[in-house]
Design a protein around this ligand. Structure first.
Ligand code: 9MR
Length: 444
């Protein structure tokens, strides 16, 4: 991919225009990271002992969703008794390997524990909100985005809510869940997630209207998850549908992608290109690694064969990710104050620069740091930040040397190599103030 990048060498008082040919990234995660996006997969805890599975997971993906282990039946098998063993296993594997985690899912009409299925009215509402608060608090600071509510809209033409025990507690159950999640973990993006929302249809329009209403009334919502369980094709208005949600001021995330049928490779390419064409499309997650890992038994809807070989669909996705497209801008959460500061240290060409976008609210912050290579590719980088007062509670995409004062951040495996003129990102969240981080970058 030919790249023309302008490097402003402020220290020298000159402007250099450097032309370089960047190497295309060779893994899904690295390719997505070039545009500030992620590429993730659903992970099942019981497969973390399978070496083929773990090798593909560690190499190809930089975002992880627990396929079942963070759902209500798994995390609160008895009322008020929480079990995080499977969820923690997946989360720790992901964080220890420099990957981020999408939390899935706090409230859903399916996979409820038996005790919750037997509740109704205010008792169920209270149990549900307590569940949101407890689970989001347990994972506070470690989750990139939560599917706060999953599959609450009806299929068909009504455009309305699906009947469920949760819905019967009152139409405001969804916003109550989002408010509880924000209070418990202000650093996590909060998503509404559903299926059959892949085109402009009555169901997706119902969700669109809810999101527009939430934005108008200040209900905290940051993203909409499009599951995208597809057969053979992406709908022709797939991109237009993503874009209309993005235009409401929320991110869109493709959260459970799998595609069956003989046109699979083309359809995967089309979905990936659609995401790349929508600036607020933050990333793509496939619902499993190998065909044998899929919930759609016998349909072979994933990117790797059952023995772990790359399929033509894999190549389609990788090429589309490498072709690029501007990525998401910093999102702002519903907070009391939000400031964005950018600091760039002047360094000679061949070295690297770092800048930070800060999302600050009363009592906490999320810092997203962009590392940009100079006129030579980077094979490892270090960013130094200064915390005056605040302390780090969680991070992704880099290893930090500490949690307060001067912190040195070094790249993880998937983002150490940055082609000339291109960027990668890491981030951290913390309590207190994140002002004055003043990041500086050097090579390793
Ligand atoms: O892949 C999941 C499968 O292992 C479970 O048995 C199933 C239970 O309902 O849930 C599957 O994942 C679902 C996801 O959580 C929500 N969207 C639909 C997914 C496929 O059914």
């Amino acid at each position: 991919m030919p790249i023309v990048s302008a490097v402003v060498a402020a220290a020298l008082g000159t402007t250099l225009v450097v032309t370089a040919t960047a190497n295309a990234a060779t893994t899904l995660g690295a390719a997505a990271a070039q545009s500030g996006r992620y590429f993730g997969t659903a992970v099942a805890a019981q497969k973390l002992g399978d070496s083929t599975y773990v090798n593909l997971l560690n190499t190809e993906f930089n975002m992880v969703t627990a396929e079942n282990e963070m759902k209500w039946d798994a995390t609160e098998p008895n009322r008020g008794q929480f079990n995080y063993s499977g969820g923690d296993r997946i989360l720790n594997h992901a964080l220890n390997n420099g990957k981020r985690v999408r939390g899935h899912a706090l409230l859903w009409y399916q996979q409820q524990p038996r005790w919750a299925q037997g509740l109704s009215g205010s008792d169920l509402r209270q149990a549900a909100i307590n569940h949101v608060t407890q689970v989001a608090t347990h994972y506070k600071g470690k989750i990139y985005a939560w599917d706060v509510v999953n599959e609450a809209f009806a299929d068909g033409n009504s455009g309305g809510r699906r009947d469920s025990n949760l819905q019967r507690t009152g139409n405001d159950w969804i916003e109550a869940a989002f408010r509880a999640a924000r209070a418990a973990d202000p650093g996590a993006k909060l998503c509404y997630n559903d299926y059959n929302t892949d085109s402009i249809n009555p169901k997706s329009t119902g969700i669109y209207n809810m999101v527009r209403d939430f934005k108008a009334r200040g209900v905290p919502i940051d993203c909409v998850g499009m599951q995208s369980h597809l057969s053979n094709n992406a709908p022709s208005d797939y991109q237009a549908n993503l874009q209309r949600f993005a235009d409401l001021g929320v991110e869109v995330q493709i959260t459970e992608l799998d595609i069956s049928g003989s046109n699979q490779a083309n359809a995967y390419g089309a979905v990936t290109r659609a995401c790349m064409a929508v600036t607020r499309c933050a990333g793509i997650t496939v619902w499993g690694i190998r065909d044998s890992d899929s919930w759609r038994g016998g349909e072979n809807p994933l990117l790797f064969t059952s023995s772990g070989a790359k399929k033509p669909a894999y190549t389609s996705v990788l090429n589309a990710l490498n072709a690029g497209g501007p990525g998401p801008t910093t999102t702002t959460t519903t907070t009391t104050t939000t400031t964005t500061t950018t600091t760039t240290d002047p360094v000679p060409p061949g070295d690297c620069t770092a800048s930070v976008s800060l999302n600050q609210w009363n009592g906490g912050f999320v810092a997203t740091v962009k590392v940009t290579a100079g006129s030579s590719a980077l094979n490892g980088w270090r960013v130094t930040t200064t915390l005056s007062g605040g302390s780090v509670t969680g991070s992704w995409g880099a290893n930090g040397s500490g949690t307060s004062g001067t912190v040195n951040w070094t790249n993880v495996d998937y983002n150490g190599s940055v082609p000339a003129g291109q960027s990668t990102e890491f981030g951290f969240q913390g309590s207190g103030s994140g002002s004055g981080l003043n990041p500086t970058c050097s090579t390793r």
